[in-house]
Write a protein that binds this ligand. Structure first.
Ligand code: DQA
Length: 140
């Protein structure tokens, strides 16, 4: 199987911003660990990060027919992007929503996701392992 890990706005700063919340490893380092996990299971994974809402919509559209599943951490777009929500609803490829932090233990504006309803499921609060657990959900 082939998977896409899609990271949204500000996730490129992982390892440098709010280390107490998101940890000290860079996105590149986390991606290498995810890659080792997925390839160790005999599958493939691609990685895309964008700070642009429309680009994330384009990548979700392009995932149709190419990937068996998408793991999406949309960052702050999670909380208000109806465009990303519509993109997810427009494709049949399953999308699992991911957050490194436990958004429900943080500011109130993070408690609401406009994406969850159109996602296959949601995994949050396990740091970088949220990505691994989301990918695992496609393999069980
Ligand atoms: C995040 C949580 C969001 O609220 C935040 O805007 C992010 C990262 C997470 O991975 O915990 O950028 O999606």
């Amino acid at each position: 199987m082939k998977f896409l890990v899609l990271n949204g706005v500000n996730l490129n700063l992982t390892g440098r911003r709010e280390k107490d919340v998101y940890g000290g490893e860079t996105l590149e380092e986390i991606n290498r660990e995810i890659e080792a996990f997925v390839e160790g299971k005999g599958h493939r994974v691609d990685f895309i990060q964008s700070n642009f809402e429309g680009e994330l919509c384009t990548q979700i559209q392009r995932a149709e027919g190419v990937y068996d599943g998408v793991v999406l951490n949309a960052g702050a777009f999670t909380h208000y992007s109806y465009a990303i929500r519509d993109a997810i609803a427009s494709v049949s490829v399953p999308v699992v929503e991911v957050h490194m932090s436990n958004v429900h233990a943080r500011e109130e504006f993070r408690h609401k996701s406009v994406l969850t309803e159109v996602c296959k499921g949601e995994i949050l609060g396990f740091g970088k392992n949220s990505y691994i657990l989301a990918l695992e959900s496609f393999l069980i």
